[in-house]
Design a protein around this ligand. Sequence first.
Ligand code: SF4
Length: 356
Amino acid sequence: MDAAPGRPGIEPAGFAPRVVAWQRAHGRHDLPWQRSRDPYRVWVSEIMLQQTRVETVLRYYEPFLQRFPDVRALAGAPLDAVLAQWSGLGYYRRARNLHACAQQVCERHGGEFPRERAELEGLAGIGRSTAAAIAAFCFSRREAILDANVQRVLGRAFALPRPRDAASLRAMWQLAESLLPARHIEAYTQGLMDLGATVCKPAGPDCRACPFAADCPGPADAAEAAPAARASRGAARRTREWVLLWARSDEPDAARVWLQRRDAQGIWPGLWSLPGHDDAAAALRQAAELGEVLDQQAREPVRHALTHVDLLLRPLLVQLRARPRAADEAQHAGWFTVDEALRLGLPAPVRKLLGG
Ligand code: SF4
């Protein structure tokens, strides 16, 4: 490991104590999931925090726990209820895995989360780093985490390139394990997370606030990261346009809207949605199949950004007299009152359109 000119390089044996001391003085201490060693609460937070900023998770965490207060409540809930509660957090595969994992914990482990990283890793949606974080926070196990933030911190602190293949990733895991402290694994694990999230940030590390400012070899990738991040921000994003058929039928008891469950793959996997069409003609053809069209009205387009694509949604509100038709046999589509619809797992913009 070569240090930057004029800097001595970080002594591995002193790394963990400095992270622990920094975390105690400057790290985050007031996040709701830090108040508990309950693996259920910690696990929910770890899954929510994957690819999602803390500020966003803070809005969803407590309501999720109120709705599903323990692993049995989550395991016994319908998947649609879980997706509905997750609505707005995105990356819905996480919610499906959360539900599957809760059922595995109940079926295989009697409703108790296993304490060992290797066992946790066998559960749906729990990778090695997440398993290590749960084992460290809840059961004080000396396990190394190595999510993308921690890879960046260790890479910069020890002048290692970002792992691009299995061998270099393996080497970084070995480094991460060699740095583990004998004590205070919780503060150390939290400290690494805090450093990665708040100080050693991807495009602009705040080295002055870092405990390694004096001897870190330097943000070897920071010079590249800033332009790379700028380039990715500036790169032209693909826009996908959909006409959303918002079919509404006023029944004697209540107005109903037609919803379809989306495929398990692709955009909004497994969620219920107003059907998306390439153009208004296709949407109207479907409307005519659903009933006698009485009126139609194009609503204000809605933009919605996903990770790799921007959606431009053009809602087409079609008032119709529905033909008698129950939900299809596979229950992938049907008429729902707005109250019923809002209890389903809906994509955030559709939920907003329907009044949620
Ligand atoms: S914040 Fe700066 S000093 Fe600290 S680890 Fe990152 S690059 Fe090194």
